[in-house]
Ligand binder design. Structure first.
Ligand SMILES: Cc1ncc(COP(=O)(O)O)c(C=O)c1O
Length: 384
C-alpha cells in the first residue's frame, strides 16, 4: 500500500495526555489533576439559548463567518472588555473552539519555510500545528520564573521569522505577562515587522489584582495582531466547541476561505448559546475567580510544604512544579503517582523541550478533591 501522511505519522505523536488517561481507565479511585477545563456547570442561560435554537429548527448551515448577532456581540465584548475596535462583518470569524482559531491563523499567515517563535514550555498544539503548515516552531526557553526571555527571543529572530505567538495567562505555566513585558514584546514585534498571535483563552483567570491587556487594543498593533479566544474556559463550555479569531479584514477574508473548505462553518444552534454567554454580566465570574484563587493558593502552599520547587501562578488554572530534586523525570513521576496513588498529573515534556523535569497540575478541581490529591501526594513523597 502507498504511504500514508508522513506529517501525521512522524511529526505528530499521539497525545501523551490521552495516554495518561488510558492508564486511569476502569479505576474509580483516580483523582484527575490533568484536565484543562473548569469544573463548574455551563451557565443555564447558555444551555437554554442553545435548546431554544434547536426548538426553532436552527439545525442547518450557519453563515461561514458566524451568525451576525453573535459577531455583533463579540464586537461589543471586544470593545468593552479588550478595548479592541473592530467591525463585526470585517474583523471577526467564529471558529470551532480556540483550537480551530489557531489552525485558521496558521493557515492564513504562514508559507512553508516561515518561522514562528514561542516561549517554552507552552500549550501543546503550538508545537504540532507547525508541521501541518510547513512552519518551523522555534522554542525560546522561559526564565526560571517562567517569564519570557526577550534577549533570547531577539537573538532567535531571522529573516524567516514571521510571527511570535503568546498565551498569557498561560497553559501550562500559569505565568501572566506584566504590562511592561507586553510593551517590550510589542516593541520587538513592531521593530522586526512581525505578526503577533495572542491566544487569550484564559483572559479572565488572573489573580492578585493583575489586569488583562490585549495587544490588539494598541492602534499600531491591530493590523499585525491575530487575537484568539474561545467560550471554552471562561464559560466552562469546552464541549460547545466555539471560539473566534480577530484580525484585520484581509486576514479574516483568508480565514473564511480556509474555513469554508475545511469545516464549512461551526455549530449553528450552539452559536445562540454563545450570544447569551456574552450578554452575561461580568460579575458572574467574580465568585468563580475567588474559588480558583483559593485553589491556586492551596496547590501552591502544599507543593512548597512537600519540598517542590514551584513558581506561584499569576493566572489560568495550572501550576508547574519541578521534580528535578527527586531524581525523577516528569514522565516517571506522573506514571508512578498514577499507578501508586491514583492521581493523574500531566508530565511536563508534553509542553515542549524545556520541561521534561516538570509536571503540570490543573487545579480546576473542587477543593475537597484537590486536598485529597495533595494528601495522597504528601504520603507518596514521604515514602520516596
Ligand atoms: C492556551 C490554549 N489555547 C487554546 C486552547 C484550545 O481551546 P478550545 O478547547 O476552545 O479549542 C487551549 C485548551 O486547552 C489552551 O489551553
Amino acid at each position: 500500500m502507498k504511504e500514508l501522511s508522513r506529517i501525521l505519522k512522524e511529526k505528530t505523536p499521539k497525545s501523551k495526555i490521552r495516554e495518561l488517561f488510558d492508564l486511569a481507565a476502569g479505576r474509580s479511585d483516580v483523582i484527575s489533576l490533568g484536565i484543562g477545563q473548569p469544573d463548574f456547570d455551563t451557565p443555564e442561560p447558555i444551555i437554554n439559548a442553545n435548546k431554544a435554537a434547536l426548538d426553532k429548527n436552527i439545525t442547518h448551515y450557519a453563515p461561514t463567518r458566524g451568525v451576525p448577532e453573535l459577531l455583533q456581540q463579540i464586537e461589543k465584548k471586544l470593545h468593552d472588555f479588550n478595548h479592541i475596535e473592530t467591525e463585526w462583518n470585517k474583523n471577526i470569524i467564529v471558529s470551532n473552539g480556540g483550537s480551530q482559531a489557531l489552525s485558521l491563523t496558521f493557515a492564513s499567515l504562514f508559507n512553508p519555510g516561515d518561522e514562528l517563535i514561542v516561549n517554552s514550555p507552552n500549550f501543546i498544539s503550538y508545537f504540532y500545528l507547525g508541521p501541518f503548515y510547513g512552519v518551523e516552531v522555534k522554542e525560546i526557553e522561559r526564565k526560571d520564573d517562567f517569564s519570557p526571555d526577550f534577549e533570547q527571543m531577539r537573538d532567535a529572530i531571522t529573516d524567516k521569522t514571521k510571527a511570535i505567538l503568546i498565551n498569557s495567562p498561560n497553559n501550562p505555566t500559569g505565568y501572566a505577562m506584566s504590562r511592561s513585558e507586553l510593551d517590550e514584546l510589542m516593541q520587538i514585534v513592531l521593530e522586526e515587522d512581525l505578526y503577533l498571535i495572542s491566544d487569550e483563552v484564559y483572559e479572565n483567570y488572573l489573580y492578585d489584582g493583575m489586569e488583562f491587556f490585549s495587544p490588539a487594543s494598541r492602534e499600531e498593533m491591530f493590523e499585525r495582531t491575530i487575537t484568539l479566544n474561545a467560550m471554552s474556559k471562561l464559560y466552562s463550555a469546552t464541549g460547545f466547541r466555539l471560539g473566534y479569531a480577530v484580525a484585520r479584514a484581509e486576514i479574516i477574508d483568508l480565514m473564511e476561505k480556509y474555513h469554508q473548505y475545511t469545516i464549512a462553518g461551526t455549530n449553528h444552534a450552539a452559536q445562540y448559546g454563545f450570544i447569551e454567554a456574552l450578554k452575561m454580566e461580568n460579575t458572574f465570574f467574580d465568585d468563580i475567580l475567588t474559588t480558583f484563587r483559593e485553589r491556586r493558593d492551596t496547590a501552591h502552599n502544599r507543593l512548597i510544604q512537600m519540598g517542590f520547587e514551584v513558581v506561584k501562578p499569576k493566572g489560568a488554572f495550572y501550576i508547574m512544579p519541578s521534580v528535578k530534586n527527586f531524581n525523577m523525570t516528569g514522565q516517571d513521576f506522573s506514571e508512578r503517582v498514577m499507578k501508586e496513588i491514583g492521581v493523574a498529573i500531566v508530565p511536563g515534556h508534553v509542553f515542549g523541550s524545556y520541561s521534561a523535569d516538570k509536571l503540570r497540575i490543573s487545579y480546576a478541581t473542587e477543593i475537597g478533591k484537590l486536598n485529597e490529591a495533595m494528601d495522597r501526594l504528601e504520603k507518596f513523597m514521604s515514602n520516596l
